[in-house]
Design a binder for this molecule. Sequence first.
Ligand code: NAP
Length: 292
Amino acid sequence: MQINADTKPVGLLGYPVDHSLSPLLHNAAFRAQGLNYVYMALPVAPGDVAAAVSGLKVLGFAGSNVTVPHKQEVVSLMDELSPQAKAVGAVNTIVCHREEDTVTCYGDNTDIAGFLAPLQQFAGELHGSEMLVFGAGGAARAVVYALLSTMQPSRLTLSVRTPVRAEAMALDLADYDTRHSLCVVSMEEAATAVQTSKLLVNATPVGMHPRITATPWPHAADFSEGQVAYDLIYRPAQTRWLRDAASRGARTLGGTEMLIEQAAASYVQWTGHAMPLDVVSNILNQHASESP
Ligand code: NAP
């Protein structure tokens, strides 16, 4: 990749950002398509987000991704928001629009499309069924909005360790809960919902590298055939929780495809080009095989 005076920068605003795979996959895609862009991980300490967004504007950035802990704070700094970002109250993608001397920032949330893409193969059988999500953080918000607005669950249980956070989320998303399906339970109370839900989603970091023996639900006997278990974690590609679910006949989805699809939905907005998914998938596989 030749970096020159015309190179358009794209960044990742987060804290910390040093383990992010986004630079690897976006730069591989730019290279493969001969696009004069470069993607950098930019650590932005809490309290510095407004300065960072002003920096994107004045330094000629095409845009950026936004990750933990800044996704919510960035919302109020945008000149315009997509309906999805507005609904979820979180931005993971900023697109800088330049017209003469004016630069405006458009905030989007591509976690929603990224989450739904791998689920499409099961959409028919899952539509209208009972579902459960572990966690009530930023990713869970995108997941819950995505499920409420496309799959009309008969019941959507949030199984969490901090119910007050999940209850606030349920209130924020009440407009999309047309079937009044949302309910909040503690992790200790979730057994029945785990057994009866057709879709189970892990939106907590429990089981992520390096704590790979951890699981959000240690009772493997509660899983069964006919269920789909979807873990947002992508490192490792197959978590203990997914292995437990598979051992009881459930079908499983890891987080790698979501990672790629949310990246692709950002990439096309910065460059106008569809991301080469095969290139990105290969580079992630290569990285996984070289990582401890
Ligand atoms: P977050 O905002 O920090 O939220 C984490 C959630 O998990 C919170 O509800 C937290 O509960 C809960 N939690 C954390 N540790 C727990 C434990 N030991 N037991 C029970 N609950 C626990 O993080 P996030 O951004 O939502 O990310 C969550 C996961 O999704 C991460 O693994 C992340 O890598 C993954 N993710 C993947 C993709 C992808 O593209 N594949 C995209 C986004 C996120 P409290 O409210 O009690 O703190």
